[in-house]
Write a protein that binds this ligand. Sequence first.
Ligand SMILES: [Zn+2]
Length: 632
Amino acid sequence: MAGFIPEDKISEIKNAADIVDIVSEAVLLKKTGKNFSGLCPFHTEKTPSFTVSPDKQIFYCFGCGSGGNVFSFLMKQEGLSFPETARRLAKRYGIDLPIKRLSPDQKKKIGERESLLDINRRAMDFFYQALCRGKAGQAARSYLERRGVSQKTIDDFKLGYASDSWDRLLKYLTNQQISPAVIEKSGLILPRKNKSGYYDRFRNRIVFPIIDTNMQVIGFGGRVLDDSLPKYLNSPETPVYNKGRSLYGIQQAKDKCRSTGTVYIVEGYLDLLALYQHGIENCVATLGTALTSDHVRLLTRYAGRMVLVYDSDEAGIRSAQRCISTFWREHIDFRRQDVFSEDKADTHILVLPAGHDPDSFVFEHGPEAFMEAASNSPGIITFLMNRAVDKHGLSTEGKIHIISELQQSLAAINDRVAQALYVKQLSEKIGIAESTILERIRSISTKSSKIGYPGLPTNTLRSGLQTRDEKNTVLAADKGPAGILAGNRVERQIIAMMIQFPDILPDIRKYNVLKLFSDNTLKGIGESILDFNPTSADQVSELMSGIDDGPTHALIASLAMGNESWNRKGCLRLIGKFVESGRKLRDGGLLESQIKDAEKRNDHKLLLKLLSKKQKMAENSEKQKMALLNEV
Ligand SMILES: [Zn+2]
């Protein structure tokens, strides 16, 4: 699995990395008995079902079924590949990784990412110095001062200034022996039209570095100091920057988002900075795009309540309409257990009074007024309903318009309970029977629901009621087929036993227990356990490292997390029961049908042979049982 990273290095990393340490950076963990628990970063929840075991060095979420070791955690959380994760951990724990064994392609890829991040960081420092110290930065400094941006905010966000020159940054970077061809990939410079050299992309602009949750500078935004156009300019997409996945301010906002459970989403850099300066630090800005599902997924790691802040009705309506299916999909995906209500969806639209953007509003009315307005902001659907009623009025024609305007949004709610609740709300508001509205939107829903959501078992999505046991086997939303119904109960129990009580492994071998497994995923895990041959339950994380499959990690974590107290006697009894019933099922089933067949054909000779075989089998299974019981 490790590919080009040597095994001994992987185990060195594994020994050095502590899962509690790593998870703590993303999740607020509380000690609960032997384990730690917190709110799951992979689905939205209000009560913690995310569990980390320091002994076993694994995590498991009883809500969404994500699980694995420190590697799987980082891979899932940061979207990294295994080698990237290993490199990240190695760096963190000061372990030297040889990179000689990279294929030229891999080397190139990793090298490119790192050099782009390095260039970005140098550029950020360069712009920052230019703003804070340079003579040329004076105009930019006064501009920010006029906008009320304090020096502390400039420092916290490392704001900068790109001077009014064609090649100042280019010269600065090439003087440090960085080739223009590489700088071009960062998007900071562009080739001249006549192909003779390059020029700086950001000129005479305030520069806002875009920093991700790992403190990496992934891109930049630039704003003019006057009214010239374009007012805003952003880095192009690069190997390290994807605007549909990046949010401005997330690094500075994430802690406050987590502690308050709320995130404010604004449109502009300066809006964000204004709120930040007024103590509203749980705020991010989209970078000139509509909110994407990647954004929502990123934010749900940190906050359950999202408030989208707009400066006009029109922008609010457009964005609300666009966001509805995104939000619904993301929230439904991650909150399968919840019965929906507007409260649970918890996505709000705040439209500021006419003439105000967040920047001007908070400077004029103060942070309390902003928070107050935000706490009274309607949920996304209620917002659309109110606007439709305001716009069309309650005349007969108005009502017809209202319904046709809202039907698409209501149909996009793929949770029937939530949908019914909103329909009821609308029915009360405009005085049209619920059934009439429902009929209209369901005709649209059935058309769109056929698309479905890949990777999600609809049965678990729909049924809100699951037993704890079932819940444990339902894996994360991005699982493959392996996790959907992880084998039968006894087979799961046996694997759990093998992980938690490895003393039993010789018996598993001796009685060929795995041969009788009907579930191939579980069987495969069982075989890996036998191969790995752990001597204690603490080795589960290492066991996972030998298996190159995320969903399987989650399944193993779910089976390893239990705290059953196993003893040899109980184990053997379980094995005996399983072996007996398995054999009966497998051989008995075949034999029974052969007997029936012989009976039908009146083949007495064969019948006698089969019956004696049956007798022998029964005796054998009795012997086996006695053997097992004797050991007990
Ligand atoms: Zn979860």
